[in-house]
Design a protein around this ligand. Structure first.
Ligand code: URA
Ligand code: SF4
Length: 184
């Protein structure tokens, strides 16, 4: 258990606990406000994220930023963004359950220190990991579930919205619900 963000980040950046360390360019620790009320969690870095060392910087990141802006959230101001695994899975495959099991301990430490009120799971991998193993994004998106004093909500992954823009209005509804929870 860590009580110091700097030490946590320093140790994480050296992590070689799973094979993803062998193929990473940069580890993607996370970005944002360490005192945020809301934490967004994706699945893992893609190519751009691996190259830049920051989560959600590709096309899906641009979409995420624009949706966040609509509800007055900003990665450089009032939220934190991280992933289930911190190193890019080769060819953007899903992180293996075993890789998730190992890496999620870093996320747990981040959650302990940030103490968010709300965790938003971006996409199936994150929601199945953090909310429930059989979570169905199309059926359960936008539902808030309390666990251990934190409200969890799963919504569409921005990359899935780029592939299937028909779901964008549903995702926006989820973000509006999030705004309402935060301003209540
Ligand atoms: N997709 C994710 O799940 N996370 C990122 O950081 C980028 C793309
Ligand atoms: Fe460590 Fe996670 Fe990277 Fe694996 S993916 S090497 S557990 S930081």
């Amino acid at each position: 258990m860590y009580n110091n963000w700097e030490k946590l980040e320093e140790d994480c950046r050296k992590c070689d606990k799973c094979d993803l360390c062998k193929t990473r360019t940069n580890l993607v620790f996370g970005i944002g406000n360490r005192n945020a009320d809301v934490l967004f969690v994706g699945e893992g870095p893609g190519e751009n994220e691996d190259l830049q060392g920051e989560p959600f910087v590709g096309r899906s990141g641009k979409l995420l930023d624009s949706m966040l802006k609509c509800i007055d959230l900003d990665r450089n101001e009032n939220i934190y963004i991280a992933n289930i695994v911190k190193c890019r899975p080769p060819k953007n495959r899903d992180p293996l359950p075993q890789e998730q099991d190992i890496c999620i301990e870093w996320l747990r430490e981040q959650v302990r220190l940030i103490k968010p009120k709300i965790i938003v799971c971006l996409g199936r991998v994150s929601a199945q990991r953090l909310i429930s193993p059989d979570f169905k994004v199309t059926q359960q998106h936008g539902e808030f579930i309390e666990k251990n004093g934190i409200l969890f909500m799963g919504t569409f992954h921005p990359a899935a919205l780029l592939r299937n823009p028909n779901n964008k209005p549903l995702a926006f509804e989820d973000f509006i619900k999030l705004r309402d929870k935060l301003t209540k």
